[in-house]
Design a protein around this ligand. Structure first.
Ligand SMILES: Nc1ncnc2c1ncn2[C@@H]1O[C@H](COP(=O)(O)OP(=O)(O)OP(=O)(O)O)[C@@H](O)[C@H]1O
Ligand SMILES: [Mg+2]
Length: 409
């Protein structure tokens, strides 16, 4: 016989549920691992789907397969079984969608590949829940914003987010914790619409194995412990540009007026990114960046051009070094040529510049800054291929320029 478990929110989960009703439109739960963030947000979606007949809800993260294994299989289906029972819903595997008896739907998907993103963003929703946003670009998340447009009487549409904290330069920290706009860094106009809360494993200890905190989390290296036990926004473990520090972030009006030369870097993909740098002697200034999600190369090129990001002073030319895997797309970029893609040498070169304090990033480069302290290697020393879109474009700009002999070092 099946035993049904009733959902009993922990004290902090009760507070999180209250926060969802507080009037905020965007709610982020961040904190250490296994603290009950995903469970409470999934339960909120189940409640909303049950309460508002014919409503539609989306749960998405970077990779669809992670969404299916960690959110769908581990959390959504078990709690649906506990709530409405196995006969109370229909799981349409092919669609990655669940339909309840009242006509409500819960969709699951990934924003990381085009076909999936097009599929899930082809509908309108009452709730969009971005799971593990430390892996998502701001452009990917904001592209989905227009899809929160379903109208169901009495239902206040919501964006929900969760994550283990990333670096304090990550976009989510800037918006939810510092309450600043992502691009301009100005105070949020309607700050009350953005709410966040910390949930840590200690808050969920009744639902965790007894030794989880003492044996596993307490034994982690310092930075991982800060993130995964204490829910703090710190640099990642194994950060590639470890020596980059905040003194290297410069205000736009403190940039040099003249540059000896400029270069651009261009990465392709669902997250398409551009980074422009300027050189003064041996010193590199990262001047601007721009990223978009699910945009054609042609439109992206037009957009970067319209924003004036290709402009240079003193009629200095601008070569844009493109991801060599870009093939024909390279021709669609104004001034686009193949980049040098020696990853390790490029990283070593940038690191040497950082160590010599010959590397500065303008505060407006939100894409580069969002990634620079999360760009890291795993325990096997391999580069983690998440959050690397601006990092690749930056490397193309810096290192190809050096390789082409434009800059003598
Ligand atoms: N109210 C609850 N009742 C019973 N079990 C719960 C409850 N809340 C959370 N849990 C259990 O605690 C564990 C961790 O929960 P959850 O996956 O929601 O945490 P998380 O903060 O999303 O973790 P991660 O940071 O790893 O994504 C899971 O096994 C989950 O089933
Ligand atoms: Mg989770």
């Amino acid at each position: 016989m099946r035993t049904t478990v009733v959902f009993r929110p922990t004290t902090i989960q009760k507070k999180a549920l209250a926060l969802l009703k507080s009037g905020a439109k965007h709610v982020l739960l961040f904190g250490g691992s296994r603290s009950g963030k995903t469970t409470v947000l999934v339960m909120a979606i189940i409640f909303r789907a049950l309460f508002y007949a014919e409503s539609r809800h989306l749960i998405c993260r970077l990779r669809a397969k992670d969404a299916r294994s960690s959110v769908l299989q581990e959390t959504l289906l078990p709690w649906l079984n506990n709530t409405v029972g196995i006969a109370g819903y229909n799981y349409l595997k092919h669609e990655s969608m669940i339909r309840l008896e009242n006509g409500s739907e819960i969709w699951i998907g990934g924003l990381g590949d085009k076909e999936q993103a097009d599929k899930i963003l082809g509908h309108e929703y009452n709730t969009i829940y971005f799971n593990e946003i430390s892996q998502l670009t701001y452009a990917a998340v904001t592209t989905a914003y227009s899809r929160l447009a379903m109208r169901v009487k009495g239902c206040r549409n919501l964006f929900l987010y969760d994550c283990n904290p990333g670096s304090p330069l990550h976009w989510a920290y800037k918006i939810f914790v510092l309450k600043k706009t992502f691009l301009m860094g100005e105070p949020l106009e309607k700050a009350e619409l953005y709410a966040s809360m910390v949930l840590n494993p200690e808050d969920n200890k009744d639902n965790l194995p007894e030794d989880y905190i003492s044996d596993i989390l307490d034994g982690l290296p310092e930075k991982q412990k800060a993130r995964f036990r204490d829910g703090l926004w710190v640099k990642a473990e194994g950060v590639i540009y470890e020596k980059f520090d905040e003194s290297m972030i410069v205000k736009a009006d403190e940039l040099p007026e003249r540059f000896d030369s400029y270069a651009g870097g261009q990465d392709f993909g669902l997250n398409i990114t551009f980074v422009k740098i300027g050189w003064v002697g041996d010193v590199i200034y990262v001047l601007c960046d721009y990223g978009a999600f699910n945009m054609t190369t042609r439109s992206f090129n037009e957009e970067v051009s319209a924003r004036g990001l290709y402009d240079t002073t003193d009629s200095l030319g601008l070569s844009i070094y493109c991801d060599p895997a870009g093939g024909e797309r390279i021709q669609e970029i104004t001034g686009g040529i193949k980049a040098n893609n020696s990853v390790e040498s490029g990283i070593d070169f940038i690191n040497a510049k950082i160590e010599r304090k010959q590397f500065f990033v303008c505060e407006n480069c939100t894409g580069v800054l969002s990634e620079i302290w999360d760009y890291c290697r795993d325990e096997a020393g391999e580069i983690v291929k998440v959050n690397d879109h601006f990092m690749d474009a930056l490397r193309y700009a810096v290192f190809s320029d050096v390789q082409h002999g434009v800059v003598l070092v």
